[in-house]
Design a protein around this ligand. Structure first.
Ligand code: AMP
Length: 579
């Protein structure tokens, strides 16, 4: 963004310029280019800017420049509407202060114990970021004094007023010394905010910027419906087939970061996890490893990922859908950087669909539904990656030892087909058990069920034939309760099974008539079919060897749901009439 100049031109002290360089910020955003010089020049400002525009650095950097680090007293106050934002802003300011030893930033917010905050204040925090109510509490208890305050920020002012903090904000501003600077940021400018500005700000410079459209548009936004307990398995598959150089996985809590991160590491993925309580130096080390390629996947909480700017990140996975659309915008801004393409994939549980719509309204873009890759796709991807490396390896040569070993093996096993041997060697190199993963069935069945109960958001027309009407589902339940024999075949959606193909096999190879075949329910890796009059041993034998969609049917009487699996609850099926 050459029109915004460079950071060198903004007049920031060297320690802050060094921090910006550490964070990887190269050019100022529009709000930074305008707000930083004005604030450094001592002016008040009103910034009409949303999250994602870089407004935190726009006020955070001049705020730090205004502080005297030798004085152990509160000199700057930032008010934010929520506890989450308070933590994020405090974290961001701390990240700008890495070259300012002795500078302490403290977040104070409601809902957490008073005493630790009181002690930290007594130790001499110079910057306090907090929610208006808790800041006022500290003021009233005299655990926070404003006499040395020279810089005040109202972040997301419209949001604070909407949440009923008008009076608290007013009291804090009135309690601060008159010789002070105020920066007010708001996404919108209703008359109420104008009044606050008129009353408390001194001839403010007004700066309006629109959200950087590029943050959102260079990122392909997708979602997949994944039941909660299958998210880790689904994530491992997504990462296995992703073309992105590096990925960041967002989780909501510290516990989840550890759990998901550890699970990925256990699966041999080059991953690490961080949360807000990881020390700054440790965090920097991890981010450096991500930047240099020593690490490919970072699992992080929102607070920990604040300010993270690594060009290699081509994929953002929202393991949990963020509660607020603004957080979503922040998260997906981690990818699609430096003019690159990025993808953001959000896992939603079937119950979370309404959050998606909220996000779509905020970003004004619709999210495209995608499927979690099947075990077959994961294996195929691994094979392709392996084959792609063969050319370079062949060039290197030094293959004599292997040629000889194969010659000996072939001589000893003259019946072995070389192609078959190649396939086995490829499978061994890929290192999986083939397309059927250990827990494949569970995950795939759950995914196809979630997909189909996902609230009518499938891609156009796809799989529409098997969408159940409510009535149909009820009918099916009654049907099972009635105890009519259901048969299970080992072919499902994943293999591209269509109901017609199954009926064809049952009537063609099995010698049944159309009337013998009842309702069909197709799941991820298997299907259930009603055959009320049963099958003779002879027919079972013939059908066992029959292939449909390229796979053996392996028909057998269905033994009902597996524990905790609910397989007999059909989620879809064309409800073939038994006419
Ligand atoms: P904000 O609007 O302050 O929440 O910032 C949005 C995101 O953009 C934050 O994660 C910042 O780390 C990042 N950011 C802010 N300024 C810049 C910049 N000049 N260059 C690159 N990234 C930035």
């Amino acid at each position: 963004m050459p029109e915004n100049g460079t950071f060198d031109e903004l007049g920031l002290p060297p320690a802050l310029q060094a921090a910006i360089a550490d964070l990887g910020f190269t050019t100022p955003s529009a709000i930074q280019a305008q707000a930083i010089p004005a604030l450094l020049g001592g002016r008040d400002i009103v910034g009409v800017a949303q999250t994602g525009t870089g407004k935190t650095a726009a006020f955070g950097l001049p705020l730090l420049a205004a502080i005297d680090y030798d004085i152990p007293a509160v000199q700057a106050i930032v008010l934010t509407p929520t506890r989450e934002l308070a933590m994020q802003v405090a974290d961001a300011i701390q990240s700008f202060a890495t070259h300012l030893p002795g500078l302490n930033v403290l977040a104070v917010y409601g809902g957490s114990p008073f005493l630790p905050q009181q002690r930290a204040l007594a130790r001499g925090a110079q910057v306090v970021v907090g929610t208006p109510g808790r800041v006022l509490d500290h003021l009233e208890r005299r655990t926070l004094k404003l006499d040395q305050v020279r810089f005040l920020v109202l972040d997301e002012a419209d949001e604070m007023l909407r949440m009923g903090f008008a009076e608290d904000v007013d009291k804090v501003l009135s309690a601060a010394p008159r010789e002070r600077q105020v920066a007010l940021f708001s996404a919108t400018m209703p008359p109420q905010i104008r009044r606050v500005a008129e009353q408390h700000l001194n001839r403010p410079v007004e700066i309006t910027v629109s959200r950087q459209a590029s943050t959102v548009t260079s990122v392909r936004q997708t979602y997949a419906v994944v039941p909660h307990r299958h998210k880790t398995g689904a994530l491992a598959r997504v990462l296995a087939v992703s073309e992105a150089d590096a990925a960041i996985v967002f989780v909501r809590t510290r516990g989840a970061a550890e759990e998901v991160g550890s699970a990925l590491i256990e699966r041999g993925i080059s991953a690490a996890y961080i949360s807000g309580d990881v020390a700054q130096t440790e965090r920097e080390k991890i981010v450096d490893r991500l930047r240099t390629g020593a690490l490919d996947v970072l699992v992080a909480t929102d607070v920990a990922a604040r300010g993270l700017d690594v060009d290699r990140i081509g994929l953002v996975v929202n393991f949990d859908v963020p509660r607020e659309p603004e957080i979503y915008v922040h998260r997906i801004g981690r990818t699609g950087r430096a003019g690159r393409e990025g993808e953001a994939l959000s896992f939603v549980t079937p119950a979370e669909q309404s959050r998606l719509r909220q996000i779509e309204r905020t970003t004004r873009q619709s999210l495209l539904q995608v499927d979690i890759p099947s075990p077959a796709e994961v294996s195929a991807h691994r094979v392709q990656a392996l084959l792609a490396r063969t050319g370079a390896r062949a060039e290197l040569d030094r293959l004599d030892l292997y040629r000889e070993a194969i010659a000996v093996h072939m001589a000893q096993n003259p019946d072995v087909d070389p192609f078959e041997l190649l396939a086995v060697l490829t499978a061994l190199s890929v290192g999986d058990e083939g397309p059927v993963a250990v827990q494949g069935d569970d995950l795939d069945d759950a995914l196809s069920r979630a997909h189909l109960t996902g609230g009518g958001r499938e891609r156009d027309g796809e799989r529409s034939y098997d969408r159940p009407e409510r009535g149909e589902r009820r009918r099916a339940d009654t049907h099972i309760a009635g105890g009519s024999p259901r048969w299970r075949v080992a072919v499902g959606h994943r293999d591209g099974l269509q109901p017609g193909a199954l009926v064809g096999a049952l009537t063609g190879e099995g010698g049944l008539t159309g009337k013998d075949v009842g309702k069909i329910d197709i799941f991820g890796s298997f299907a259930l079919v009603d055959i009320p009059d049963g099958l003779s041993a002879d027919v079972i034998d013939r059908l066992a060897r029959t292939r449909v969609a390229g796979r053996p049917l392996r028909i057998r009487l269905d033994s009902g749901p597996r524990p905790g699996h609910g397989a007999s609850r059909p989620t879809h099926g064309p409800a073939r009439g038994r006419s």
